[in-house]
Design a protein around this ligand. Structure first.
Ligand code: GDP
Length: 323
């Protein structure tokens, strides 16, 4: 049973714009979007050490950093992330790094009395066969998708730790569960990235090299939902300022499309006109995992970036980054 809190769900509690805010994972896809938003919103004391400056897996270093910088707000957007291939072939890294990052940051935040904390999970925490659209209540009700089980178990441990802190220490820490994300600053690694940046890279390369065909992974039949990182960042701020419950909150668009349809869309944005083949020896993963977003929309948030526009924006970033 969760403890009662002074701030009920839906109550506005504006954050002090001058308070130190730690964006853990500041250079990642989500962290960089948060940084853009918080800067635009007037937050004047953002803290975002790089992984070289602070390795979040190093417990003594994390505790020392918290003691020195004393953040009032923590957004835990740091994680080892990757696409279906990386998750499937490197499960040890995904469970170990993520557990270390989370437990160190959450423990140090608790030790330092951090009042406002948002932990970011992922829609892959939900059971493989959860009813779609997936509601928050589906958490821990069934078997996970095997290709990303290690990552999902680590994220579920993080949610459980946040809930434990709420129950034992009465702090209003919260969790958000974003769907598949994309945007500027994404990882475009040819093998380890998620599908959307992978397709941008593949179609761009094929167009540039005038290749007559590309080969995508799997059957193209699975369906996925994609949210732009800037939309997620707005949801994070809204939740920090207006949500207080031990239930995680889904953040997505509530709409999905097949990987084949996504492939067509990315090809058209990138301007690739060649053939597309599918390598069915590669795993498909979960067939469908579209989120029910009624909880966050009831709080006044809605996605604003259309997928085609977001892909164009991400492609522009990819080209300018010269990756
Ligand atoms: P998932 O949502 O955890 O399954 O992660 P991904 O974003 O890596 O993959 C989503 C779907 O896209 C899976 O069905 C993949 O098989 C499919 N897919 C097709 N081509 C690619 C590709 O080039 N890279 C990745 N990562 N996935 C691809």
């Amino acid at each position: 049973m969760s403890v009662a809190h002074a701030v009920p769900t839906g109550t506005c509690r504006p954050l002090d714009r001058s308070a130190p805010v730690f964006v853990a994972g500041r250079n990642g896809l989500v962290g960089s979007a948060l940084w853009r938003l918080l800067t635009a919103e007037g937050f004047s004391s953002l803290l975002g050490p790089t992984s070289t400056e602070l390795d979040l897996r190093d417990r003594p270093a994390v505790f020392e950093w918290f003691t020195k910088h004393r953040p009032h707000v923590v957004i835990l957007a740091a994680a080892r992330v990757g696409g279906i291939n990386a998750n499937n072939t490197r499960p040890t890294d995904f469970i170990s790094d993520n557990l270390m990052i989370q437990v160190n940051v959450l423990d140090a935040a608790l030790r330092n009395g951090v009042q406002w904390l948002l932990f970011l999970g992922s829609s892959c925490i939900y059971p493989k066969y959860a009813e779609n659209p997936i509601r928050e209540e589906a958490l821990l009700t069934g078997k996970l998708e095997p290709t990303n089980e290690a990552y999902a178990v680590a994220k579920i441990a993080g949610i459980t730790q946040v809930r434990a802190v709420r129950r034992q220490h009465g702090l209003p820490w919260i969790c958000a569960m974003p769907t598949n994300l994309y945007g500027p600053g994404d990882n475009f690694h040819p093998v380890h990235s998620h599908v959307l940046p992978s397709l941008i890279r593949r179609f761009h390369q094929a167009r540039t090299e005038r290749s007559p065909k590309v080969v995508n992974w799997g059957s193209g039949e699975p369906r996925r939902e994609f949210l732009h990182s800037d939309d997620l960042a707005r949801a994070c701020l809204l939740l920090l300022e207006g949500y207080d419950s031990d239930s995680p909150v889904n953040v997505g668009t509530g709409e999905d499309l097949s990987i084949r349809e996504l492939s067509d869309l990315v090809a058209s944005v990138v301007g690739y006109e060649g053939a597309v083949e599918w390598d069915t020896s590669q795993p498909d993963g979960t067939y469908r995992k579209v989120l029910d977003i009624s909880r966050i929309t009831a709080l006044g948030w809605a996605p604003t970036i259309k997928l085609a526009d977001g892909i164009a924006d991400t492609y522009a970033w990819y080209e300018s980054a010269g990756l």
